[in-house]
Design a protein around this ligand. Structure first.
Ligand SMILES: [Zn+2]
Length: 411
């Protein structure tokens, strides 16, 4: 845990005020002419330079001159499928040339190709691939993220992927929140009693082992046509709840299933996608305070309708933004790009997009110490090659992160 003093900050976003109902512009907590002081990895001060006694900072502390530029908390990516092997570049090219889902399946594409490659890879191989992705993620300013299992499908295989995530967590400074994902049914358990048995084993074995081994914070279910039904989703989420895991649901992506209202009813921490959501769903999610995690990369890749962030926010929902990093529908570690897409295509203001990758994403991870620069928060920050926070979503596709610190340590 390190000491770090950042001086000469032109614009500082603190996100210090806790009330999520305040307007996004207020929630940014903008301070001009500011400094930030991180002691032993924890924020002690982030605010106006004039109110800080710089003699508090010991000579031994690392220092950065922000040269009058923008400083923000480290970004939080609340939705990634971090661990997988294999490439689906061929499938990507088929899709952009107009191939149908069935044609892609016939050519050996789709999720089962990733399952095959992931199950064939060694633990070390999966760790190395994930570390490369985390390096890219860090280069865009992401200092914490969620990571799901989901590309093994067998019960033992999913537990192996959670163990791989546990190994990765020991190798990086980024905070990683692990999620056990019920992704799709295995090919040999897609119908009948085999299907019912699989769902039961997922509830009784996978969730119990993930929970007792402290391998996952959350359980997540992909509820859609071709994946889990609403009844199966309820069974898995209720089992997760019994075992003390927080809940997430991939809901209303391709078809409307009712999964978002189920998530609200069960007090889920987050719901993901929501391309096909209704007004009643929005009301239920707003009332429950469930974080709505929107994934612009998937809508972009699959040419789906853009998730309507504007209507969610207008209904009082809390909206986070994630990369959905995965080999099929969103191969990107670039969280600022998701902010750009959210502003350009989904009706979010720059301030709302900033809240979506800091405070709200941290809430989706269940981490009040992330996504803000206030006393007792973890010392994760980014010094940007930008003067104004609105430039980050405006200047799309590049990395403007000049310095990234995690726990006060410059990386
Ligand atoms: Zn996903």
């Amino acid at each position: 845990m390190s000491d770090l003093f950042v001086e000469n900050i032109g614009e500082l976003l603190t996100f210090a005020a806790a009330d999520h109902r305040a307007p996004a512009e207020q929630r940014l907590g903008v301070v001009r002419d500011a400094v930030a002081w991180i002691e032993r990895g924890v924020v002690r001060y982030a605010g106006a330079r004039a109110d800080f006694d710089a003699t508090r900072v010991p000579k031994s502390a690392a220092r950065i001159d922000a040269r009058g530029r923008l400083v923000t908390p480290g970004l939080v990516d609340p939705h990634t499928h971090l661990v997988f092997a294999g490439s689906r570049a061929g499938e990507f090219d088929l899709r952009v040339r107009g191939a149908t889902y069935a044609e892609i399946q016939r050519q050996g594409g789709g999720i089962h190709s990733t399952v095959k490659a992931t199950n064939a890879a060694s633990d070390d191989g999966l760790v190395e691939l994930a570390l490369e992705r985390l390096g890219r993620s860090l280069s865009f300013g992401t200092t914490a993220l969620e990571a799901k299992s989901g590309y093994a499908l067998t019960i033992d295989g999913e537990l192996r992927l959670l163990n791989v995530i546990a190994q990765i967590r020991k190798r990086v400074r980024q905070a990683i929140s692990p999620t056990l994902l019920a992704h799709v049914l295995p090919k040999d358990a897609s119908a009948g009693t085999a299907r019912a048995d699989y769902v039961k084993r997922f509830c009784d074995e996978a969730i119990a082992r993930a929970s007792t081994g402290k391998l996952a914070d959350c359980v997540d279910v992909y509820c859609d046509e071709g994946a889990f039904t609403l009844a199966e989703t309820r069974a898995i989420l209720e089992a997760g709840k019994r075992h003390g895991l927080a809940l997430r649901v991939h809901a209303e992506q391709f078809t409307h299933t009712g999964a978002s209202r189920l998530a609200a009813e069960l007090g889920a921490r987050s719901v993901e996608h929501l391309e096909a959501i209704t007004d009643d769903d929005r009301k239920a999610l707003a009332a429950a305070g469930t974080i709505c995690t929107l994934l612009p990369g998937a809508a972009l890749t699959l040419r789906l309708p853009w998730p309507d962030a504007h209507r969610l926010l207008a209904a009082g929902c809390r909206v986070a933004l994630g990369t959905d990093l995965n080999p099929g529908s969103s191969l990107s570690e670039n969280l600022p790009l998701m902010m750009s897409l959210a502003c350009m295509q989904m009706g979010m203001s720059a301030a709302q997009a900033w809240c979506g990758v800091t405070l709200e994403a941290a809430a989706a991870l269940g981490r009040a110490d992330l996504g803000r620069l206030a006393p007792d928060a973890r010392g994760d920050l980014v010094v940007w090659n930008a003067d104004d926070h609105r430039e980050v979503p405006q200047h799309f596709g590049v990395s403007l992160a000049a310095h990234v610190a995690i726990g006060g340590e410059l990386l």
